[in-house]
Design a protein around this ligand. Structure first.
Ligand code: ATP
Length: 353
C-alpha cells in the first residue's frame, strides 16, 4: 500500500478494501483510502477506471461486493443513502425544470419538513454565497451552464452535509468558465471547511482544486498524495503521463546513473532495476548555449509551439519536449545545450510503454 493512503477509521471518511464487479468487469479492485475531515480530495483517472463507482459507493447509491466504508469512525457500509451525511452534485446537475431556483434549493429541506422560516434563512444564505440571489425566481432553463452548476452546488450545500461528493460537475462548462468555477469551488470549500470529494479525468482540475488526490487506473489506486507530491514524484509512467506532459527516457543502470540514447545521465539515487525509465517534466529541463557540467545533451530544435506565457520546444535527439520559462523564441534548426539535472530526474518503477 502507498504510504500516503494510511487509512485510519477514527476520523474523516475511509474506504477499506473495496471491491466491485459488474459481470466480468472489475470496476474496483481492493481500493483503500482515507479522506481527512475538511479535506478537498480528488479521484483522478481516465474514463472507466472506477471513479464514479467509488463515489456512488461512498454516497450509498451502490453496494460494494466486499470492503467497508467508515464515516467519523462509524461503519456506514450498509447505511441507506438518505441516512448518510453526504450529498452529491451530479454531472447533469439534475435540477427540477418546473421549480424555481429558490424551490430547487429548498427542495431537500422541504422534504425533511423544515419550518418555512428556517428554509428561507438557509436558502437565502446559499443564494447569496453563490451569487444567485437575483435569479431566485427564475427557472433552470433561464440560466447559463455555469449558473446551473452553482444552483446544483447550492442545493447540495443547503443540507449542510459533512461530505460533498462532486461527480465531474464542471464537464459541461466551456474552458474559461471551468477555470473560474474550479477556483470558486476551491475558495468555497476553504470557507466552509467541509470535506469535498471530486471525481474528474481532468488533471489540471485535480491539481488546482485538491489538497490531495488519488490517481486511479483499472479499478486500483496507483498513487495518492498532494498535487505537488504526485506531480513531482510520479511512481510510474502511467502517473507521469497522466499528470501533464513528461519526457520518459528508457535506460539501463550504469555506475552512478543510467545509460540512455542521449548518453550517460548521472542520478542522485540508484534505480532498483537494471532496465527501466527515468522521467523529466518539460519545464525542468535547462536550456542554454553553454555545455553544462553534468547531464548535458546537445540538441537541435525541430518545432516550436507558442503558449502565450512561454514556448514549448520539440528537440532532436528525441522525442524530447522542453518548456521554456521565457518569451524568448528559439528558431527551429538551432542547436542548444540541454541540462537534465540529476535532482529533476525521477526514477520510475516501471518501463514506459
Ligand atoms: P467515466 O470517467 O467515464 O465516468 P469512471 O472512472 O467513473 O468513468 P465507472 O463509471 O466507475 O468509471 O466505471 C468503471 C467500470 O465499471 C467501467 O468499465 C464501466 O463500464 C463499468 N460499469 C459501471 N457501472 C456499471 C453498471 N451499472 N453495469 C455494468 N458495468 C458498469
Amino acid at each position: 500500500m502507498n504510504q500516503n493512503q494510511n487509512p485510519t477509521t477514527d476520523q474523516g471518511l475511509t474506504v477499506k478494501h473495496i471491491c466491485k464487479q459488474f459481470g466480468d468487469v472489475i470496476a474496483l479492485d481492493d481500493v483503500t483510502l482515507n479522506v481527512a475531515p475538511g479535506e478537498f480530495f480528488t479521484l483522478l483517472g481516465p474514463s472507466g477506471c472506477g471513479k464514479t463507482t467509488l463515489l456512488r459507493i461512498i454516497a450509498g447509491l451502490e453496494l460494494a461486493d466486499s470492503g467497508q466504508v467508515f464515516s467519523g469512525g462509524k461503519d456506514i457500509t450498509r447505511l441507506p443513502a438518505i441516512k448518510r451525511q453526504v450529498n452529491t452534485v451530479f454531472q447533469s446537475y439534475a435540477l427540477f425544470p418546473h421549480l424555481t431556483i429558490y424551490e430547487n434549493i429548498a427542495f431537500g429541506l422541504r422534504s425533511r419538513k423544515f419550518p418555512d422560516a428556517e428554509i428561507k434563512k438557509r436558502v437565502n444564505r446559499r443564494l447569496e454565497m453563490l451569487d444567485l440571489s437575483s435569479m431566485a425566481q427564475r427557472h433552470p432553463h433561464q440560466l447559463s451552464g455555469g449558473q446551473k452548476q452553482r444552483v446544483a452546488l447550492a442545493r447540495a450545500l443547503v443540507n449542510e452535509p459533512d461530505v460533498l461528493l462532486l461527480d465531474e460537475p464542471m464537464s459541461a462548462l466551456d474552458a474559461r468558465l471551468r477555470a473560474q468555477v474550479q477556483e470558486d469551488l476551491r475558495r468555497l470549500q476553504r470557507k466552509l471547511g467541509r470535506t469535498f470529494i471530486l471525481v474528474t479525468h481532468d488533471q489540471s482540475e485535480a491539481l488546482v482544486c485538491s489538497d490531495r488526490l488519488a490517481v486511479m487506473r483499472q479499478g486500483r489506486v496507483v498513487q495518492c498524495g498532494s498535487p505537488e507530491e504526485v506531480y513531482d514524484n510520479p511512481t510510474d509512467s502511467f502517473v507521469a503521463k497522466f499528470l501533464g506532459a513528461a519526457n520518459l527516457i528508457p535506460c539501463t543502470k550504469a555506475p552512478g546513473g543510467v545509460q540512455t540514447a542521449f548518453g550517460f545521465l548521472a542520478l542522485d539515487k540508484e534505480p532498483s532495476w537494471q532496465e527501466g525509465t527515468v522521467a523529466i517534466r518539460p519545464e525542468w529541463i535547462g536550456i542554454g548555449d553553454k555545455e553544462p557540467e553534468r547531464n548535458g545533451i546537445r540538441a537541435r530544435v525541430t518545432e516550436i509551439v507558442y503558449r502565450g506565457t512561454n514556448f514549448d520546444l520539440w528537440l532532436e535527439p528525441g522525442p524530447l519536449r522542453v518548456r521554456t520559462s521565457s518569451y524568448r523564441r528559439i528558431d527551429p534548426g538551432r542547436k542548444v545545450w540541454l541540462e537534465l539535472a540529476s535532482k529533476e530526474l525521477v526514477i520510475l518503477e516501471d518501463e514506459a510503454h
